[in-house]
Design a protein around this ligand. Structure first.
Ligand code: OOG
Ligand code: NI
Length: 472
């Protein structure tokens, strides 16, 4: 296939390319994994039911979200084998307006990868389409056996997970500053190939078994032609209802919902998934086999926490898990849920407290009263005073990132729960950034800036009245 040449300088917005890409991926994945289609139906039904039952929520979402896109995918995940693959993936995602935010070291959970999330970073882009991809890089040096490590490295280095046209169009987008509509269509189709499932492994059954014995995840990353998308995750308004509904639809849900307990004021991120399917594969030596990698997940997002809020979250989660570690078979799920709820009673569950104790980030907007000249004198007041005087209002800033303990739980439940519990030495963020070819963006800084900019805007509106006054 040839690369469509640019006829005009008018490019298609990165946000549009991202939206089309996530829609194309969703269509492909629904076809590949029928249980995922069922999950989407469950999510859609529960979201509609929740909206009908809570008109206030519906009104609030109508203002801020596109209701027709409510149950769409919010994220997916892939696992890469090398620095070269990660670096190229970064350039491809950049064409879709997605940038590496955050660093997740999963070694403490015995998982031999470290990760980031490629996602849109500014408000406007997030509002158009917040689709993100949780992207992990295999830590090959953790394979202790020299021969096996060398073999895995050679297999990874020999494969090419991107189509030549995808690579060419990415370079073109970089030099011309975007893609036109025809180029974008080709780009999306070509990039989709990287995420496609391959039932034909690119190794013999013997190699697969050796790598699988080392770690199931290593087999998943090394033994295939590409980093098949391993799950997609729509947004739900009631994750507990989805968790309960899955078994009723003959879908095996993971034991517990990851993240904070249900709250009046939702914080961070809650996630659950269904167990990965066992799928037929064929090896190079024509042997048949089974591989479990692909699953479905749902997410429900709450407010982004400040460093202080996050420290409290981490502490309360650790306390809970010291008392009860959720068992893979779900046998202590109810007790874990109760303990989580109890422990998190120490986390303020009130918007005003979350704001005044600086536990969470908020988006400030001027009220209509801010436009009166009487408001001028208040331009430099504290946030608390401005709120008290009714000059500004505040709304939670949504958490757009991931949580390492939750991610580990999602990984583990989909690796069959009998992962070799090795004590892996910590990964290095610097090593990851070297592979990426760029530092990852600090997520706290992004939220901090959003909040600060919204406040600066409020003050400008208030101060604007003083210009009007002095003009008189
Ligand atoms: C990624 C698991 C982590 C999440 O939502 O926390 C994740 C994987 O299984 O590759 O997607
Ligand atoms: Ni996920």
């Amino acid at each position: 296939m040839s690369v469509p040449q640019s006829q005009s300088s008018r490019g298609l917005a990165a946000d549009v390319i991202r939206s089309r890409f996530s829609a194309a991926m969703s269509a492909m994945y629904r076809q590949e994994v029928p249980a995922y289609g069922t999950l989407l139906e469950i999510v859609h039904t529960i979201n509609q039911r929740t909206l009908s039952a809570t008109p206030a929520l519906k009104a609030q979402l109508q203002d801020n979200d596109n209701l027709s896109r409510l149950s769409e995918e919010r994220h997916g995940a892939i696992r890469l084998g090398s620095a070269t693959e990660l670096c190229m993936m970064r350039r491809i995602f950049a064409v879709m307006g997605m940038h590496a935010v955050g660093y997740y070291d999963l070694s403490s959970a015995g998982i031999p990868v470290h990760s980031t999330a490629f996602r849109p970073t500014d408000n406007a882009a997030l509002a158009k389409n917040p689709f993100r991809v949780f992207t992990s890089l295999l830590r090959l040096p953790l394979i202790a056996d020299d021969a096996l490590r060398a073999q895995a490295t050679a297999i990874i280095n020999q494969r090419q997970i991107f189509t030549p046209v995808a690579v060419q169009l990415t370079a073109l987008a970089e030099t011309q500053g975007g893609l036109n509509a025809a180029q974008a269509t080709t780009f999306i189709n070509e990039v989709l190939e990287t995420f496609r499932w391959h039932a034909d492994a690119n190794v013999t059954s013997d190699t697969y078994n050796k790598l699988h014995a080392e770690h199931r995840l290593i087999a998943d990353i090394v033994c295939f032609q590409g980093p098949h998308i391993n799950h997609l995750t729509p947004r739900t308004l009631d994750i507990d209802a989805v968790q309960t509904a899955m078994p009723a639809h003959a879908i095996t849900a993971k034991a517990v919902v990851e993240g904070p307990p249900p709250r009046r004021c939702p914080i961070l991120l809650r996630q659950t998934s269904f167990h990965a399917l066992s799928e037929n594969i064929r090896f190079r030596d024509k042997q048949q086999g089974k591989h479990t990698a692909r699953f479905g997940e749902v997410e429900q997002r709450g407010v982004a926490l400040t460093r202080k809020g996050r420290a409290l979250y981490d502490e309360l989660l650790a306390t809970t898990r010291q008392k009860i570690t959720p068992a893979a078979d779900g046998s202590n799920a109810a007790a874990y849920q109760t303990m989580l709820q109890e422990t998190f009673s120490a986390f303020p569950d009130d918007w005003q407290l979350l704001l005044t104790q600086q536990l969470a980030y908020f988006f400030f907007s001027p009220t209509t009263a801010a436009n009166t000249t009487a408001a001028t004198a208040a331009a430099n007041d504290t946030v608390a005073r401005l709120i008290e005087k009714g000059l500004i209002s505040y709304a939670p800033i949504t958490y757009e990132d991931f949580l390492p303990v939750s991610a580990a739980g999602i990984f583990q439940s989909n690796l069959g729960n009998h992962v070799n519990e090795k004590n892996l030495h910590s990964a290095s963020r610097q090593e990851f950034e070297t592979a990426l070819g760029q530092p990852v963006i600090d997520e706290f800084q992004l939220y901090e800036t959003m909040q600060a900019e919204s406040l600066a805007h409020c003050r400008q509106v208030l101060a604007g009245n003083s210009d009007k006054l002095s003009e008189k």
